[in-house]
Design a protein around this ligand. Structure first.
Ligand code: FDA
Length: 308
């Protein structure tokens, strides 16, 4: 995992709109980001999903965008999701969607966000397609879980994400497991203080496996979202020890990362879903992928200054 100052720096960069405007205009930066982003259009993303389905993997489509502060932009983002859901259904693809609530106007208030989300969850229900609500920084954890719970109380097929670096997540996992909520467990991609988050890799992994075990035992069809081979092996072992079949949970990985693990999971007969982001607003997502790994930063810098 990346040293904290670098991680903090890249997560900070992810929120800088002026930097995004500057960098996103540079064709070379766009090409480098392409490693993690399926494209800027729905057509490009759909082509990736088709190829994944042909390999035996499922997908979750993310229309990139976050931190939207006005209602028309939030509604435009919601419309993009409805179009995406309609297209998944029309093409009969094995895919669902993942979205961020700050893209759906969470900063305008929980009620406004629920209103903006309504057409998206209705399209999901119409097509029988699950909608996953991603988890953002800890400022949003409570509000995000509140929105998920309120939608579920209305009968919507939505699920949540828990970040194992947060010390609260074991407790959240137990509560969501009791409610039968579908949860994706990941390590967490933001820069959180030690008062609320583990910074030690082993602690984060332990919390990850504990959350997964709680959700597996509740038979809540959880997803283990990590590229960490040791954590994946620990989850697989925990499930096998409890007699929990491979059909009762998913492994999830991000597009463009660890194709070797993807292939192995499929060969072992696991249900595998790849997170496929697309759209024009790729800057924050790309910065978080750089924040995760010094090697990515070196690759980025070599790409920029190495005369490619
Ligand atoms: P870790 O960082 O320890 O990496 C393990 C190995 O994976 C590395 O050694 C390397 O080989 C590979 N790897 C990891 N990151 C890489 C990268 N960026 N580039 C290249 N190789 C890399 N976070 C969040 O806060 N909210 C969310 O909603 C989600 N949603 C989500 C969905 C899915 C499907 C995945 C896989 C991940 C997320 N995340 C997320 C991101 C997650 O929190 C975490 O930041 C990344 O998955 C990186 O952590 P790993 O678990 O892979 O472990």
């Amino acid at each position: 995992m990346l040293a904290t100052p670098l991680r903090i720096f890249f997560v900070w960069l992810s929120h800088r709109r002026w930097m995004a405007r500057l960098a996103m205009g540079v064709p070379l930066v766009r090409r480098l980001a392409h490693r993690f982003v399926a494209g800027t259009t729905l057509d490009e993303a759909i082509a990736v999903v088709r190829a994944l389905n042909a390999r035996g993997a499922m997908a979750t489509l993310d229309v990139l965008g976050e931190s939207v502060v006005d209602r028309p932009s939030a509604e435009a983002a919601a419309t993009s999701y409805v179009t995406t859901l309609d297209r998944i259904a029309a093409e009969g693809l094995d895919a669902n969607v993942s979205l961020k609530l700050t893209q759906m106007g969470l900063d305008l208030g929980v009620e406004a966000c629920l209103e903006v989300l309504r057409p998206v969850v209705e399209a999901g229900s119409r097509h029988g397609i699950f909608v996953r609500v991603d988890m953002e920084s800890s400022d949003y954890t409570d509000r995000t879980l509140e929105v998920v719970r309120r939608l579920r109380a209305d009968g919507c097929d939505v699920g949540a994400v828990l970040q194992s670096y947060l010390k609260r997540s074991r407790t959240d996992a137990a509560a969501l497991a009791a409610e039968g909520c579908r949860v994706r467990v990941c390590k967490g991609a933001y820069a959180e203080p030690e008062s609320i988050a583990y910074h030690d890799r082993a602690e984060i992994s332990r919390s990850f496996v504990d959350c997964m075990v709680t959700l597996l035992e509740a038979d809540a069809y959880p997803a283990a979202a990590t590229h960490d081979a040791e954590v994946i092996a620990a989850v697989q072992a925990a499930a096998a020890e409890r007699g929990i079949g491979k059909d009762r949970y998913e492994l999830q990985l991000l597009y463009g990362i660890r194709r070797d693990i993807q292939d192995r999971a499929l060969a072992q007969g696991h249900r595998l879903r790849i997170y496929v982001p697309y759209g024009a607003e790729w800057w924050p997502y790309y910065m978080r992928r750089l924040a995760e790994r010094p090697a990515n930063v070196m690759f980025f810098l070599r790409g920029l200054f190495g005369g490619r």
